[in-house]
Design a protein around this ligand. Sequence first.
Ligand code: GAR
Length: 210
Amino acid sequence: MKIVVLVSGGGTNLQALMDAEKAGALHGGVIGAVISDRPGAYALERGGAAGIRTYIETPDKTLPRKDRRRDLSDRILRIAGKEGAGLIILAGFLSILEGDIITAYANRIINIHPSLLPKYGGQGMYGGQVHRAVLAAGEIESGCTVHLVDAGTDTGPALIQKKVPVLPGDTPESLAERIHGQEHAALVEAAALMVKRLMKQPISNRTTGF
Ligand code: GAR
């Protein structure tokens, strides 16, 4: 089961997936390629160092704003098809996917989000924004969610959630760090679950044929 991982940042979640693959914990899932929407993302170095093919696909700023997501999503769909991907994992990917990729890879795209969805999700809710909102609301717990990606933003069904306490004196940074510790395990668990689920399908359905 070929996996394409989408990234925008440091790539600690990608690293957890690569380590899990090496340890045989992805049940035969193989990371075939890493795609970043940011040229400087350290995740690209991690992928490259592990000998994984890397691609940089940035939003095309010459296009009208309304067409940018669709254009980027279509380019990612073409790469996923070329790579024979059966599963796409958003591991800290900050662009929003839309269009054909959502239907071509229905129930085959998962995303990790640093909150207990449906709380603190949606457009503009990423990284520090999420943790600032959690603290401002006086929540006593937070955590992370791995969910299937549908046409909405952070709205697809949850696969795995892990909780952490919000502690007195927490800052967005300290809370982010506590959650990050749980994200890696959650994403690996969800990826393994998806590989198992998808491998049960007939061989002809294991990639989308794009
Ligand atoms: C993670 O905290 C992930 O939950 C978040 O980006 C970070 C990436 O860390 N994703 C989102 O906010 C998506 N809305 P990493 O690059 O070290 O894996």
